[in-house]
Structures are given as structure tokens and as C-alpha cells.
Design a protein. Structure first.
Length: 266
């Protein structure tokens, strides 16, 4: 099991869904976890969960698109606990929309939260890591960052995160800092965009499963396990990579093969 003891970790968007699972796993593996979330009530719920399980936790309410708020939250965490050793850039969201249908403000907000927000967190945390000569960053991108599965603003921002991951890995490797990205496929969370789809079709996750070679969508813990590995010394020579955690979705066109190619052989 990866060991994260003596690590101060900031997990953005840990008030809910995947971020909550990541915070819980890192705490179980010894990290002191700071939850940074725009939603104070959800952040507090995650903090209570961790505290009740006997883990060290604090939470900071901050919108990651607000650099001053991010800097303040990071500064307070460092004052309370010392240098941040691990940043998990997880906060993100999407509203569906196509290229000419999406309102301009919505496009800007999606890019702001999904790309500029993680950059703000890096900007606030990297100087401290550099001073320590060590640190790890895990960015949560998406399979949407490498293929188009809908939601163009979100997808463009998630593609940007993959390149940003490579920039940080390249520029900060000499300072003992590693930076990797995780690319989840569909993950069973109750985020706003899944809620809308679930309302339309309560069976959506079961129907989606056929697109995944492993026959199911991901649970938040599947992503948390990958984050924990990349954050740990087990991955000490891994930096700049984008790891799909997608049950094989990007490996091939499963449904196309089943429906058209293999069928043609009959
Ligand atoms: N659920 C999926 O299917 C899926 C698939 C691929 C990638 N992802 C990515 O995983 C991450 C987490 O997704 P989720 O499904 O757990 O979402 P979620 O909506 O369940 O949780 C996201 C959390 O981020 C917080 N947040 C949102 N905007 C914020 C902001 N501006 N500043 C600070 N906090 C903010 C929310 O309050 C919430 O607590 C996102 O980056 C998402 O793009 C999710």
C-alpha cells in the first residue's frame, strides 16, 4: 500500500465525488489532507467524514478561478501544517453544449474552472515545492482531453491540462518535482452533468458499460487508487505521463468492432 505519511496534501474539489474519494484514500494512507472547495457545506461534510475516521484534515473554501483566494488558502495551509508536498488538481465541471450552441460566458467559465483554476493552484504551490526540492502534482484530466466525447469547452480545457502537465514535468523535474495526469472515463458520481443524464435515463451507467472493455463504468475509488499510486514513491521515476483510468475505453472501438467488424465475418 502506498505510504503518504508526513505529506501535506491539497485536494481541490474534495467536497464531492472523485475528490472526496481521493481525499479519503490519501488520508487512509497517512497524508494530512486539506480540502479546497468552492462549496463550504460539501467541504465540511468530507472533512467530517475524514475526522470521524481519525484522520488529520482541514478545509478551505476557495473558488480556484480566483487566484487571490487560492493563494490565501495555500498560505493558511502552509502556516498551519508546513509545506505542501502533494497537489491533486481535481476540481472541475462541465455543462453540456455544442460549439455554436454554448453561451460565450459558459465557454469561458468551463475553460476558467478546468484549465485556469488548476494553473492557479500550481502557481500558488510550486514555489513552496521548489524551495523544498521535492513535490508531486496529479492533475485530473479526462478521456475527453484526448478524444472528443462531447462538451467542447470542457474537452479543450482537459486537453490543455495534459499539456500543462508536461510543462510542469519538464520545467520542474530538476527541482525534484513530478507531475502526472489521470484521464478518467465515465465515473459514477452525482456531479451536475451526470445528474441531468440520470434524470433522463436512470439506467445510463449500465447502458454506458458496453462501451468499456472492462464492462463497467469507473467508481470514484478506481480514480483514487491511480492518484495514490502516481503520488507515491512507487511512481518515483514517472513524470509527465497521462494515465487513462478508463476501463480500456481509449484502447479501441469496442462497440464498433462488436457490431460491424466481427459481425461481417459471420
Ligand atoms: N465523473 C466523471 O465521469 C468524470 C470523468 C472524467 C473526469 N472527471 C473529472 O474529475 C473531477 C471531479 O469530477 P466529479 O465527477 O467528482 O465532480 P463533482 O461535481 O462530483 O465534484 C466536483 C467538486 O469540485 C468542486 N468545484 C467545482 N468548481 C469549483 C471551483 N471553481 N473551485 C473549487 N472547487 C470547485 C465542487 O464544489 C465539487 O465539490 C473533475 O475535474 C472532472 O472533470 C470526472
Amino acid at each position: 500500500m502506498p505510504d503518504h505519511s508526513n505529506t501535506v496534501a491539497i485536494v481541490t474539489g474534495a467536497g464531492h465525488g472523485i475528490g472526496r474519494a481521493i481525499a479519503l484514500r490519501l488520508a487512509q494512507e497517512g497524508a494530512a489532507v486539506c480540502i479546497m472547495d468552492i462549496n463550504g457545506q460539501q467541504a465540511e461534510e468530507t472533512a467530517d467524514l475524514l475526522r470521524e475516521a481519525g484522520h488529520e484534515v482541514i478545509f478551505k473554501v476557495a473558488d480556484i478561478t480566483d487566484f487571490a483566494a487560492v493563494k490565501r488558502a495555500v498560505g493558511e495551509t502552509e502556516t498551519e501544517w508546513g509545506p505542501v508536498g502533494l497537489l491533486v488538481n481535481n476540481a472541475g465541471f462541465t455543462d453540456a453544449g455544442d460549439i455554436d450552441g454554448i453561451a460565450l460566458e459558459e465557454w469561458h467559465r468551463e475553460v476558467d474552472v478546468n484549465l485556469n483554476g488548476p494553473y492557479h493552484c500550481l502557481r500558488a504551490i510550486l514555489p513552496g515545492m521548489k524551495a523544498q526540492g521535492r513535490g508531486v502534482v496529479v492533475n485530473i484530466s479526462s478521456v475527453n482531453g484526448v478524444r472528443f466525447f462531447g462538451n467542447p469547452a470542457y474537452s479543450a480545457a482537459k486537453a490543455g491540462i495534459i499539456n500543462l502537465t508536461q510543462s510542469v514535468a519538464s520545467e520542474y523535474g530538476k527541482h525534484g518535482i513530478r507531475c502526472n495526469a489521470v484521464l478518467p472515463g465515465s465515473v459514477r458520481t452525482e456531479n451536475a452533468s451526470w445528474e441531468i443524464r440520470i434524470r433522463k435515463d436512470p439506467d445510463v451507467f449500465r447502458k454506458l458499460a458496453r462501451w468499456y472493455p472492462l464492462g463497467r463504468v469507473a467508481e470514484p475509488e478506481d480514480v483514487a487508487k491511480a492518484v495514490s499510486f502516481l503520488a507515491s514513491d512507487e511512481a518515483s521515476y514517472i513524470t509527465g505521463v497521462s494515465l487513462p483510468v478508463d476501463g480500456g475505453l481509449l484502447a479501441g472501438m469496442n462497440v464498433m468492432i462488436d457490431e460491424f467488424i466481427l459481425e461481417a465475418k459471420d
